[in-house]
Design a binder for this molecule. Structure first.
Ligand code: GAL
Length: 342
């Protein structure tokens, strides 16, 4: 009897301990408010991720309502588990750099690290209010979390460039994906040795898509993008090729077209290579054009392989970065009052 009481008390103690320290594994909750270590809503819209020295760095448009309306902001967050993000600062705070006038645009920042120069290079879409400039802007820093100094803007390959995407291949080579309206398609271009400019066209894909994203998985390249409907969601599509230079096969839907990519728009495909498995995460934005700061993130592991890519319907999921595995939890949907990531 005594033994039983001891065992019972010990189990009770362990139960209370686990409850009090929230041992439940961290979940990604697509479409919910995602808070950083300060409890503030993550501001990394249209963002990019750089994996550097064992941590992940997420940079994106910081649309905080209290920002100076004349300036544009890029925020940076870091993590090791892709769920709990620590705010690292507003790494770029930029006043209109090219006399673009009020309502000028800085969108979809993407971060690269150049091993040769040791610099961190930030690319972004730079434009005027009417999206006529169609250039990329470049800013650099010696430190990953800034502050970044604006260097220049240009049209990559002398083409109009609006939405940009980033891609780093398994051999470390860095590429920019950009949409070019006059050519009705998008380019994959290699960055120069120092990443300060765009060197070479690798592919032109004659499909008028934006929000371009790329991943190299199991010997195939998968490119993905959205149609051009501004902030409104549409059925995003993908195509594959054996090489970055093509030939690219026909584009196919990533989800049933009627669900409109579950209200999201593609931003990046993030590959997690673990000790046992490799997972690919679709990173998308659920835009709220009336309150851009409250735009949400649609991150889901995709089903990928043998030339097929499918975005499953959004549900909470878990990631084990070490192993590289993801688990989708169909039943554990949080209540309205429990928004955020645990
Ligand atoms: C979207 C684009 C966004 C933003 C928006 C403006 O198509 O992906 O980054 O430019 O249009 O309407």
């Amino acid at each position: 009897m005594k033994k039983f009481s001891v065992l019972f008390l010990r189990s009770l103690f362990v139960f209370i301990l686990l409850k009090s320290v929230h041992i439940a594994p961290a979940q990604v909750l697509p479409g919910e408010v995602w808070r950083d270590n300060r409890g503030q809503q993550i501001q990394a819209h249209g963002g990019g991720i750089l994996h550097w020295k064992g941590a992940y760095y997420w940079v994106g448009e910081d649309r905080t309502p209290s920002n100076d309306p004349e300036k544009r902001y890029v925020a940076c967050y870091s993590t090791k588990d892709l769920v709990h993000w620590a705010f690292r600062g507003q790494i770029l705070v930029l006043a209109d750099p090219e006399h673009l006038g009020s309502h000028w645009v800085l969108e979809r920042p993407k971060l690269f690290h150049n091993a040769r120069t040791g610099k961190f290079v930030l690319y972004f879409h730079l434009d005027d209010a009417r999206y006529k400039l169609a250039r990329v802007g470049v800013a650099v820093s010696d430190r990953i979390d800034g502050s970044y100094a604006y260097v220049k803007s240009f049209r990559p390959l002398d083409q109009e460039s609006r939405d940009i995407g980033q891609f780093i291949d398994d051999d470390g080579a860095a590429y920019l994906i950009f949409e070019s309206r006059p050519t009705k398609g998008f380019f994959i271009a290699r960055l120069s040795d120092d990443y300060m400019s765009v060197d070479k066209q690798i592919s032109f894909i004659p499909a008028p898509l934006e929000g371009g994203a790329l991943v190299h998985y199991d010997g195939l390249y998968y490119v993905l993008g959205s149609h051009m409907t501004g902030w409104r969601p549409n059925p995003n599509v993908y195509a594959t090729a054996p090489s970055l230079s093509g030939p690219w096969r026909e584009f196919k839907d990533i989800a049933p077209p009627e669900v409109n990519t579950y209200q999201g728009q593609s931003t990046m495909l993030l590959k997690i290579v673990g000790s046992k498995e490799t997972s690919v995460i679709f990173m998308g934005d659920i835009w709220n054009p009336m309150a851009l700061w409250d735009s949400r993130y649609l991150w889901m592991p995709v089903q990928i392989g043998n030339g097929e890519l499918r975005l499953p319907s959004p549900n909470p999921w878990l990631l084990n970065v070490k192993i590289g595995s993801t688990t989708t939890l169909i039943h554990d949907v949080p209540s309205k009052d429990d928004r955020g990531h645990r």
